[in-house]
Structure formats: C-alpha cells, structure tokens
Design a protein around this ligand. Structure first.
Ligand SMILES: [Fe+2]
Length: 378
C-alpha cells in the first residue's frame, strides 16, 4: 500500500550521457553553470569528458572547495554567478556540490542583496514563488548523499548553530547521472562515511512514519547491498564491481527516502556535526542501532529489516557499524570527538529538527536522546 513519486530521470550510465541529456532538454539550454568538486577536478579524466559534452554550450565553471555550505557560502556563489545568467546547472561532486546546485537553482534570478536577506528568504521559503528557477542535473561523485534524487538541500547557519533546509517539489533534479566509475578513486574515509549516510537514509526510510510498501522495497535493496559489499570494498578499494554495488545502494536509498525523509538519527546527527565536527554519514550512523532498538516494535515487516542487515540482534548491527567506522579511521565514541557533558546537553537541545524527529515512529523525549548519546559517549 502507498503512493510513490519521484520525477528525476535516472541514468545509470557513463558520464558522457550528459551530452544527450542536455540536447534533449525541452527548453534547450545555451548557458550552463558547471559546479565541480574540489581536489584538482580539472586534472581528472572526468573533467576532460565533461568539457567534451559541453563544447557546444557557453559554460561558467566554479570549483566548490567547501563542505557543509553555509548561507554565506550560498550568497557568495549567487554573487559570483548571477552575471552569467545561466539557464541550466550541472553539479558534479559530493553532497555539498549537489546541495549548492539545487539551492542556487532555487534562488536564481532573485533580487538578493545580503546574506541576511538570503537567510530570510530561506526561512520564509520565498524561493517557492521564484519564476526564474532553472533546471539542474546532478552527477554524484560519492555514493551516499542522495541529493540528486531528493527535493531538499541542507544549508548551515554557523552563527546561529542551526541547520536550514531549502525544500520544494520544484527542486528535484531534471536528471541524475549515476556513473559509479567516478567513485573509483575516493578515499576509504569518504567511501565509508557516505555509504553509512546511505545506510541511514534507507533504514530511516524503512521505519519512517511515511514509509510504504514501495519505499521499503528500495530501502531493503540499499541496506542489503551496503551490508554485503562495504567491507569487501574497504579491503579492495579499487574493485569496480563493489563500487557499483554501493553506488546502486545509494541510488535505492535516495529513492526510498526521497518519499519518506529521515527520522531521529538524522535529527540527532545535525548538532553532532555542528557541535563536534563529526562527518555527516558517521554522525547519523552513530545512533542507528540504538534508535533501531527503540523503534523496533513499531516497524512494519521488522524481521525483513533485520534480514536485510544480515544480523540477528541490535548489538550485532552496532558492532558492524563500529567496525566499518574504525576500519575507515573514524572514532566511535563521543569522548573521542572531544564531546563533554556540556556539549551533550547542547546536542540534546538541538536534536529535535522539525520534519525529522517528528517523523520517527516512536516519540523520543530529551531524556531518551540523552540516554542514547551517553550510551555512545565512552
Ligand atoms: Fe544524510
């Protein structure tokens, strides 16, 4: 039972399919804004391939060197690109590049004179009425964010210490190109943190209040592929077949949570990232097995979820997550991230993100969240 909607055309193909995708756009683009990942992108083979695909278009390229983009970062990018008056954005990179592509598409052509004004536009969702929104195409170079398949983007406000969202059904990508070979040279740390992000997207989609028969099928596909292939990929990072499995897992997870959104683990992860600097996917996965234990009795088809993980108990799942975190060089305890009892109190205070925590099947109190955090403290 349930309703499922996702309008993104997904190409599981080589990057070079971009040329056909652009050529077949109903409103033919002439000026393409290209947002690329940092890390010497111009020296990569995919850069040469992209340039060939875009040879008939006027292109402005901006390398995005930052992660976890802020309102100030988005405003700077808006100013840097507004003269170009592009009619399509192509984003190639990780979650930050894709979220910036989506956010810039949302505010394109608006009259924005300061970062403060942009903050108000985001908070009041004024971009919803923007008639100059442009299509954007997402080409992920990590396997996990899912931004190429969702209609929301995360923008941070460092001064206020909060996570903001740019979010509207008109912001789905025009197309997503899943070329798993782009992830071949990713370091293991990013491979694991993004795969754990996808694992949380899928698991939280499975138990979300908006979960349905269709999203749970996608979620199970994602969980199985990650739990069966991530350790193999850690052992043999150049193995393209394992890269393909994790890329497909990320795609299935993206489809699943595009319709359900996330829940308690992501909600708690935002202040963990803001307060302690824990990378996004690791932050969400730190509490996954703990929240699973709390939610379990409320989960439809709960045995199938455990089967997808390939484990019998919550403790086994916790140990598996900690083991892959450790093998990728991540700490598994908050004290190792320099967490203190005071910082735990602040994390608890900021852990109740609207649309995320209230999407958890079980209502969690501040005491519940604090107990979860203490259980992973040392
Ligand atoms: Fe996430």
């Amino acid at each position: 039972m349930g309703t499922f909607f996702n309008p993104v055309t997904i190409h599981v193909e080589k990057l070079t399919v971009l040329q056909q995708v652009l050529d077949k756009m109903p409103l033919k683009a002439a000026k393409v804004l290209l947002l690329t990942r940092g890390g010497n992108f111009n020296d990569s083979s995919e850069s040469a391939e992209l340039k060939s695909c875009l040879q008939h278009y006027e292109v402005q390229q901006v390398d995005i060197e930052i992660s976890n983009p802020t309102v100030d970062d988005l405003f700077a990018l808006f100013n840097q690109t507004k003269e170009f008056d592009f009619d399509c954005i192509v984003g190639i990179g990780g979650g930050s590049v894709l979220d910036l592509s989506k956010s810039l598409a949302a505010i394109k052509g608006m009259l924005i004179e300061s970062s403060e004004q942009l903050l108000t536009i985001i908070e009041q969702k004024d971009y919803v009425n923007n008639e100059q929104t442009t299509p954007w195409i997402g080409i992920p170079t990590t396997s996990g964010t899912g931004s190429e398949l969702t209609c929301w983007a995360t923008i941070w406000h460092k001064k206020q210490g909060i996570k903001l969202s740019i979010d509207h059904p008109s912001l789905y990508a025009y197309a997503a190109i899943i070329d798993y070979t782009l992830t071949a040279s990713l370091p293991i740390s990013i491979t694991v943190s993004t795969a754990l992000d996808a694992l949380c997207h899928a698991t939280e989609a499975y138990w979300s209040r908006k979960s349905n028969d269709i999203s749970r099928v996608y979620a199970k596909e994602a969980i199985k592929r990650i739990t069966q292939h991530l350790e193999l990929l850690i052992e043999t990072p150049n193995h393209l077949q394992y890269r393909r499995e994790i890329a497909l897992a990320s795609m299935y997870a993206g489809l699943a949570f595009s319709n359900t959104r996330t829940t308690a683990c992501h909600s708690i992860s935002y202040p963990l990232t803001m307060e302690l600097g824990v990378s996004h996917g690791v932050a969400a996965s730190l509490t996954l097995a703990k929240v699973l234990a709390i939610n379990f009795e409320s989960i439809p088809e709960k045995q199938q979820l455990l089967e997808a993980f390939g484990h019998r108990t919550f403790d086994e799942i916790q140990q598996w997550i900690e083991s892959v975190q450790e093998r990728a060089g991540f700490a598994t305890r908050l004290v190792q991230y320099k967490g203190t009892h005071e910082s735990i109190d602040r994390i608890v205070e900021n852990a109740f993100t609207k649309g995320r925590m209230d999407n958890n099947p079980v209502v969690l109190t501040e005491t519940d969240v604090k107990n979860i955090l203490i259980s992973i403290y040392e």
